[in-house]
Design a protein around this ligand. Sequence first.
Ligand SMILES: Nc1ncnc2c1ncn2[C@@H]1O[C@H](COP(=O)(O)OP(=O)(O)O)[C@@H](O)[C@H]1O
Ligand SMILES: [Mg+2]
Length: 313
Amino acid sequence: MAEAKVFAFINYKGGVAKTTSAYHIGCWLSYVKNKNVLLIDIDPQTNLTFLCASIEDWESRKLKVGTIATMYKRYLGKKSIDTKKYIWKTPIRLRDGRFHPRLDLVPCDIDLIGEDIGGGQIAGAYPSMEMLKRNAKQFMRDRDFLSKAIDEVRYEYDYVLIDCPPNLYLMTQNALVASDHYIVTAIPDHLSTIGLNILINKVRRLDELAKSAATLAGGDTARGRLAEFGAVLFVRVRIGGLMITNAHANTMEVIRSDLGSDSCFGTYTTELIGYTEAAENSLPVWLHDSVNAGRAREKREYPKIVDELLEKF
Ligand SMILES: Nc1ncnc2c1ncn2[C@@H]1O[C@H](COP(=O)(O)OP(=O)(O)O)[C@@H](O)[C@H]1O
Ligand SMILES: [Mg+2]
């Protein structure tokens, strides 16, 4: 098998369908496109984990096996991470009792929260050059956990999708180092226009820091770069009648001309209650049986997004 393609879903805002997108894209890639998919939940809010499994199943698994927080502790303790041991094989239970095929999960838990904010051993997520000079190796090590974890299974999956917390702290920076591309999900309201540029610039700045750290550290520089910008995915677009409300349409237009239309998925998701209903049942919209989920299913938004993803990357 070839090496997995790795994507990080990021935005420092919450509620912009990072988790919903990683989940639906992962489900469609595996269920319909027959790809082997690994979802990695690095958000201590554990939303992706609970889209895949019930709280009871997760609790017993956490006790028996552990979660990504356990993996991270092993990494900090300089032990082998043993990714395979922590991967939850086919956690999504379908209504007929079978399990959703070809889709595995690295589950998260709240214990990751304390680990995430500190910026590792060196102060702050964005150290000064002076500080970087003294701590280049540590800077890289602080951000290399997820890459190392994925290395252990890189040839067993076609796609690895990392669902990030709503910030650019250390764990998200790990995801950016571990990924080939990052996807920014965004609701096309007015403020998002400003936010997107800030976000992309921050990632660029982090990329420069990582490159400097790699040069200063001297050794393996392969990791000294972050994921490339993949694309913006517009989500939860509000439809007024049959038309997209003007505000959202205008903002999408502005962002597309600002970043280049290649930089945005052509397909977007619209605001549909079916997504939330299906989520409450730990299923993607096409597998949950309700009128609203049916409406969302018929729109085929994520299937079209997956087609674009396969074409683009
Ligand atoms: N297209 C959509 N229409 C309506 N609700 C949505 C849509 N996409 C996501 N949601 C809902 O919005 C909330 C936030 O989505 P989520 O994926 O958890 O965002 P994030 O991971 O960025 O915080 C969830 O309740 C989710 O079910
Ligand atoms: Mg989320």
